[in-house]
Design a protein around this ligand. Structure first.
Ligand SMILES: [Zn+2]
Length: 532
């Protein structure tokens, strides 16, 4: 019996606890920000008083709050109010949306974000010529949805002084026309040429973007995120935390090259609390498949002289990984191509050997195209595969064109990784994909590509079960930030972060999972979302 009466109780629910000791229950009681009891409705009702808000779930499902292990939270928040290009599926629509958006902003203001996808209209990359005539007064710098390619209009290129005479950048590409003039498309390490002249957001704009992001993810059932971001992101989170405004718990990673600064910061202020934690570093080995910048062992099927690129040298990655690991920091490294993944696994293996045993929980982000012989290396090395199932049904529309059928077998190899004993942490990579765990779960269990061309699943042997997918978004992601004692399951004493869903995901046809609706999101015992 809890010492004080519950503030909130949910009864008559199908509670999937994620706790192997008690997988199912039908009620949860919350006192303050912690779970006070998980049990039967009768047991929980006995503990309630007139001070308790009692919610009758009428048989709906309750699960631990979803933890999105990979987001770019502020970019996502800014994107919510910027031009929306993700589903622009023709060239004309792409141009029209930019034209219309430009009419809503002042002369001279930049048009950014966008999240376009040239695969939507057959694969032709856009150029500045498409949009110059409709954006004479606004610089445009809109990114592909993977963030590894962006389009500038002529005004933006002028502002950045990027022209035919601009030198190439290592680890990046300036796409040029036959005359050598930039087409407006820049990739990976070439992107800062324009990115650096985009005016910074004001603190007020940043605060608004964070609030919008928190509100949006709450409506999707997300209670915690792992942010892959910058020191400035951390400053925005600190500001919100100081003001008591955080409604999403954040594990804030900062760039790997700044590990010494992070070591100093952790020494000075510790690793944070249950709302905002630090101690993690995010690095990159390569780019993305959609931008042909993923580092592959063999050339791309549709570009036989090209094996992609490294955005950092293996020497730098080793140096940073080794130094940061010695300092007790947490390494989170993006690797998409099989060559990039192997390189980082080799570095992790070497650093562990040199630095000795420790609970380090190295992570590889995306782990998108794994060479078959590397799948079995994750578990013994204790490397977490932090993956985004939605990317599989998105990229699955065109990935075979880029890497062929055989290599497709190691693409988002969820089943093989689980069978080999690896820990999976799931996320969205928002802004790259929607921060919607129900879509990610749908993707993991069906592998039906977004174009519905693979109704039985794209490489169906890599589908996983619904409970495996739920674990990826709960216990897996909690483990991936060293927070499994506080979250990830609905167990007495853990943080009161939970989600109510309008149907039992374990009892419905998998292809209907994405029709399910979030009915309530609770963070720290507070209801942060209910549908209108
Ligand atoms: Zn990312």
């Amino acid at each position: 019996m809890p010492a004080s009466p519950p503030s909130l109780a949910v009864v008559n629910a199908r509670v999937w606890t994620g706790d192997p000791a008690r997988p199912w229950a039908d009620a949860v009681a919350i006192t303050g920000d912690r779970i006070a009891m998980v049990g039967s409705s009768a047991e929980v009702r006995k503990t309630t008083t007139s001070a308790t808000t009692v919610i009758d779930a009428r048989g709906m499902m309750v699960v631990p709050g979803f933890i999105d292990a990979h987001v770019h939270f502020l970019i996502g928040g800014f994107g919510l109010s910027s031009v929306q290009l993700r589903d622009a599926n023709t060239r004309a629509e792409f141009v029209k949306r930019i034209a219309e958006y430009s009419k809503t902003i002042p002369r001279g203001a930049w048009i950014t974000n966008g999240d376009w996808d040239h695969e939507q209209w057959g694969g032709e990359l856009p150029t500045r010529d498409w949009i110059d005539s409709v954006t004479p007064n606004n610089p445009v710098w809109v990114n592909r949805l993977d963030g590894h390619t962006a389009l500038a209009n002529s005004a933006a290129l002028r502002a950045a002084a990027v022209d035919a005479s601009t030198q190439e950048v290592a680890g990046g590409t300036i796409v040029r026309d036959a005359m050598g003039a930039p087409t407006g498309i820049l990739k990976d390490n070439a992107m800062p040429l324009v990115g650096k002249v985009v005016p910074d957001a004001t603190p007020e704009q940043e605060d608004r973007a964070l609030d919008a992001a928190m509100k949006f993810v709450a409506s999707k059932g997300v209670t915690s995120v792992h942010n892959m971001g910058t020191w400035n992101d951390l400053a925005v989170f600190d500001r919100a935390h100081d003001a008591g405004r955080l409604a999403t718990r954040i594990y804030a990673a900062v760039p790997i090259g700044t590990w010494e600064r992070l070591a100093d910061t952790v020494a000075a202020r510790g690793r944070g609390d249950r709302w905002l934690r630090i101690g993690a570093l995010k690095g990159f080995v390569d780019g993305s498949l959609g931008s042909h910048t993923a580092a592959m062992l063999e050339p791309f099927t549709d570009a036989p002289n090209d094996t992609g690129l490294f955005v950092n040298t293996p020497d730098d990655l080793y140096r940073w990984t080794s130094g940061a690991d010695k300092a007790g920091l947490h390494l989170i490294v993006h690797a998409i191509g099989d060559r990039a993944i192997r390189t980082q696994l080799d570095i992790y293996e070497r650093v562990e050997r040199e630095n000795g045993p420790r609970d380090r929980r190295f992570r590889i982000e995306h782990a998108q195209h794994i060479a078959p012989s590397d799948i079995g290396r994750f578990a013994p090395l204790g490397v977490i595969a932090s993956m985004q199932p939605y990317h599989a049904i998105d990229d699955g529309r065109w990935a075979e064109k880029v890497i062929g059928h055989e290599r497709g077998k190691g693409t988002y190899a969820l089943r093989s990784l689980l069978d080999a004993g690896a820990t999976l942490a799931f996320g969205s990579d928002w802004f790259v994909a929607p921060p919607t765990p129900l879509e990610g779960i749908y993707a993991a269990v069906t592998r039906r590509t977004l174009d519905d061309a693979n109704p039985r699943g794209w490489y169906p042997e890599q589908k996983i079960g619904i409970e495996d997918a739920l674990r990826g978004y709960t216990t897996g992601s909690a483990f991936a930030s060293f927070e499994e004692n506080d979250k990830g399951t609905l167990t007495r004493g853990k943080l009161a972060d939970l989600v109510m869903i309008d149907r039992d995901l374990t009892a419905i046809a998998p292809e209907t999972i994405r029709e399910a609706r979030i009915m309530m999101t609770v963070v720290g015992g507070q209801i942060v979302y209910r549908p209108e």
